[in-house]
Design a protein around this ligand. Structure first.
Ligand code: SF4
Length: 644
């Protein structure tokens, strides 16, 4: 049932300089990799933004528009030449139809890029490699600095001509401006280095150049990292001093973020980090300035955002990944349909991880993200009504059932277990992964609202096809664990990682996890929480290599903190009653155990597909097709639901 409409502070209007914004919800800049390689706006880029404008966001802050081709860190948008203006004008026109304001974030990557992206060595305040990229930047001369200042002003003017309501100067996250402002990366001792006034000369000159070229009524927001979370980086006290000086220089709002590439976990924090974790920094900045302050950082829930506004900690709440996960979050909140909001789970799989491969972003919980321009649902809804049976209630099967039902088909979803979720139901169980449960809760409620016939504890048999008069069968039966051929496998307590996470087995004190992939490593952390002494044996030379970088950093730290014995380059030769015989570099040795936990990967469960071959239209999705991550399963499921 819909709750009462909200009419609170989060939905109240606010002025940022001359720009009037209809509510306090902003889309934070997210690199999409949807523009073409020359920085021109594509249909994919425009339709992505339009979906968010339509969804009720008051303000959209776009991805970083490079002020020069050599200032790009990814294949982002650009406004470094007049020829780019027309395509971005189409964007602003489409967004403004919904009463949403749009500002272009403008930036120069500085040393946080590579010669593979820009075709030459990066530039920086000082010729010091970025620790995260290990590159080889060139220190800028003073004439070169002046040229870049002017490029910022020229880019802002192009943004104004393209119809943007303002610009956000990207002075955060270690890019060129941040690089000048921080002693972490600025080791100059001319007028652009050393003391604080010298280090902020570059951004102050940029602000002055933009004002001179774009006029007093053009909105300028400045984004800053409150704390860089690296040794020798800037902290909140210096940030507060800078904020006051930026306000005096004429900015209209300040957007308080955190981190640099060397602390990437703080730039795009994964689910290991608490929600709204840097809002107190925004509050501290707010106490020293009188312009609006924007906060950001793992805020995905509008009720939490409203609390932040009500407490006076910030004036606007920006959500990056929250807006990817559900473009309609503001409208749903406004209408009181909070349970319909699909929340970001902080997995990083579709967004952060793909950006660093220069791949268009996607979203695990929103399989439409980046495909808005295909109008898939509209096209699917034009077809005749069909009987659709989905077998398997993991996220892929649930999305398939939901999409098919929304497209107008009659859908039943069969799950042999007592609850939906499949393997993904185990995802929230290891430490720090509770947010993973958001997705299944949301999917379950949406299936319910959609009227999908969910059959739990119901194993689907091939013989049922005729009786059910199904037109299409979507096979989402997932994968089954791989069982190794190890001598003595039956002589000790040997259990599956999945059964450990389900709480089905009683663990002994000494646990050896066989297989150091992500499931093995996470199960090991879970076992430590049960008081076990844990080792992981892995035949390759590293652990959890398939995990996304920021999350992997937390996982490895937890394994170290819990003193998990990492036995890499090691294989299991034999299992006996109370020991495993392991081998490393040709040397065999004994390892005492009470319980062996198998985590040796999964293989597709294709039994049903084989039985039904040629008898009915089948679509095989997710791990049943090929074992991959949940990002692929949800997109597979959504598409299958439309392709019936
Ligand atoms: Fe959030 Fe994961 Fe979607 Fe990224 S891919 S927006 S982290 S749910």
């Amino acid at each position: 049932m819909a709750r009462k409409s909200n009419t609170n502070g989060l939905l109240s209007p606010i002025s940022i300089g001359s720009m009037k914004v209809k509510n306090r919800l902003a889309v934070a800049a997210m690199v999409t990799v949807y523009c073409d390689t020359k920085g021109y706006a594509t249909d994919r880029y425009i339709d992505y933004h339009e979906a968010r404008a339509k969804g009720g966001w008051g303000l959209i802050i776009t991805e970083d528009y490079a002020v020069a081709p050599t200032g790009r860190g990814f294949w982002t948008a650009g406004l470094w030449e007049d020829g780019q203006i027309a395509s971005h004008t189409k964007l602003t026109e489409r967004v403004k139809k919904y009463g949403t304001k749009i500002v272009a974030q403008i930036y120069h990557a500085g040393r946080q890029t590579t010669s593979q992206v820009i075709g030459q060595r990066p530039v920086a305040p000082s010729p010091i490699p970025d620790p995260a990229l290990n590159n080889d930047p060139v220190g800028l001369t003073i004439p070169e600095i002046k040229t870049i200042v002017s490029q910022f002003g020229d880019t802002a003017l192009r943004a104004k001509k393209a119809g943007f309501d303002g610009v956000e100067i990207h002075g955060a996250h270690g890019y060129l401006i941040a690089g000048f402002m921080s002693s972490y990366s600025n080791k100059r001792f001319d007028e652009y280095g050393g003391n604080l006034d010298n280090r902020i000369r570059f951004p102050l000159e940029i602000i002055a150049d933009i004002r001179q070229k774009c006029g007093e009524d053009f909105t300028i927001i400045f984004r800053i990292s409150a704390n860089e979370f690296v040794a020798g980086g800037r902290d909140i006290e210096e940030t507060k001093l800078i904020a006051k000086k930026l306000e005096k220089a004429g900015i209209d709002a300040i957007h308080v973020s955190a981190g640099v590439y060397g602390s990437a976990w703080s730039v795009v924090p994964p689910l290991n980090i608490p929600h709204a974790w840097i809002v107190d920094y925004a509050e501290e900045v707010k106490q020293v300035v009188s312009i609006p302050v924007i906060t950001v950082g793992r805020i995905v829930n509008p009720e939490m955002a409203d609390n932040i506004i009500a407490a006076g900690k910030a004036d606007i709440v920006a959500m990056g990944r929250g807006s990817l996960a559900d473009p309609e979050l503001p409208n749903k909140y406004k209408d009181g349909n909070i349970e319909d909001i699909c929340l970001c789970i902080g997995c990083q799989q579709g967004c952060f991880q793909r950006v660093f491969m220069n791949e268009p972003i996607r979203c695990l919980v929103n399989p439409r993200l980046g495909f808005e321009y295909l109008k898939e649902m509209e096209k699917a809804s034009e077809g005749a009504k069909k009987q659709v049976v989905v077998v398997g209630g993991g996220p892929g099967g649930m999305y398939a059932a939901l999409a098919a039902s929304k497209a107008g088909h009659d859908v039943s979803l069969w799950e042999k277990n007592e609850c939906l979720g499949g393997e993904f139901a185990l995802a929230p169980i290891p430490p720090y992964k509770g947010d993973m449960s958001f997705l299944l809760t949301w999917l379950r409620s949406q299936l319910d609202k959609e009227g999908v016939k969910v059959k739990l504890n119901s194993e689907f048999k091939a013989s049922m096809v005729e009786e059910l008069k199904a037109d299409t069968l979507i096979i989402a039966t997932g994968a089954v664990p791989v069982t190794p051929d190890i001598k003595g496998l039956n002589t000790a307590q040997v259990v599956l990682a999945q059964d450990v996470l389900k709480g089905k087995v009683k663990l002994g004190k000494k646990v050896l996890v066989v297989g150091g992939g992500l499931i093995g490593a996470e199960t090991a952390t879970y076992c430590t929480m049960q008081g076990c002494q844990v080792g992981i044996v892995e035949k390759e030379n590293d652990i959890a290599v398939e995990e996304e970088t920021t999350r992997r950093g937390f996982l490895l730290a937890l394994l170290e903190e819990k003193k998990v014995n990492l036995l890499t380059n090691t294989s299991v030769k034999e299992i006996q009653k109370d020991k495993a015989i392991l081998e490393k570099n040709g040397q065999a040795f004994d390892y005492q155990i009470d319980t062996i936990v198998l985590a040796l990967g999964m293989k597709p469960n294709q039994e049903l597909e084989k039985e039904l071959a040629g008898k009915i239209k089948t679509i095989v999705i997710g791990d049943a097709k090929e074992t991959r991550n949940a990002l692929e399963a949800t997109r597979d499921g959504y598409k299958a639901g439309l392709d019936v």
